[in-house]
Design a protein around this ligand. Sequence first.
Ligand code: GLA
Length: 324
Amino acid sequence: MPRRTALALTLLAASWSLHAAEPVKIGFLVKQAEEPWFQDEWRFAEQAAKDKGFTLVKIGIPNGEKMMAAIDNLAAQKAVGFVICAPDVKLGVAVNRAAKRHNLKVMSVDDQLVDGAGKPVADIPHMGISGYEIGKQVGAGLLAEMKARGWKLDEVGVLRVAFDQLPTAKDRTLGAADALKAAGVPAANIVDAPQAKTDTESAFNAANIAFTKNGKFKRWVAFGLNDEAALGAVRAAEGRGIKADAMLAIGIGGSQTAMNEFTKATPTALFGTVLISPKRHGYETAAAVYDWATTGKAPAPLTLTSGVLMTRQNQVELRRQMGL
Ligand code: GLA
């Protein structure tokens, strides 16, 4: 064999083995990296990475520009796919196009991506919660506790901290409102408090405005799309002297935001939360994208996960059962 050919072959083999040694990379992009729910999802995705032997690339994407840059960045790092909870679900077509351009597998988590007409992007598999059903569980939890306290349904104000531009948020809060109405709460008692973002501060501001406008109610129940929304309402009520004896809120999530409240010595008005599974959402989506990219086996098009009502009383046991 001529020396030059031998050398070329050696170099080729070396580059091959280098390539083989590089671990597979999967991205996990989330809209609100500072929120405990997303921290938990990342933690369980890391677990999947460890179990399956890939590298997880975690990137916070608070807006569309950062999101597009993150996808390009993943491609530059030779990632093979990513899981995404986008800052705006209407970016669905842009996400799909960018993923295809870079030959990356993509799956959404929590917030399902939609196209220009508001329809789910068909070729992006999704895992999220069954929003309306979980909302109904929130409503049922509030009703049970109102009953236990002997509150008259027609005298209670219902604060719906709303973020209706996000379909899952709308589903969750409408599920709760429908459960209350079905039990006899007058529709007129339901007060919408639209929040600008899905964090506690925005919910606090939204709730404050709603309380100011509706001073006639002496007792309140509140809910929103997540624990942060419910907590914002609780904090706003406290600021007006409406404490746990006159206010009840149930969130959705069950991560640290709720746990901080449940472990306070004096119970606050955050009565409960519907515990959902960051473990399933984080672990299963990351693992599914890895399998898809490496074996060609596509994830199920749609997986909806369920929840269970958690309160101060059952939190230790429930979190243990859920492996949290
Ligand atoms: C949305 C919310 C998050 C969390 C997830 C759970 O993304 O913004 O706070 O509730 O859904 O699926």
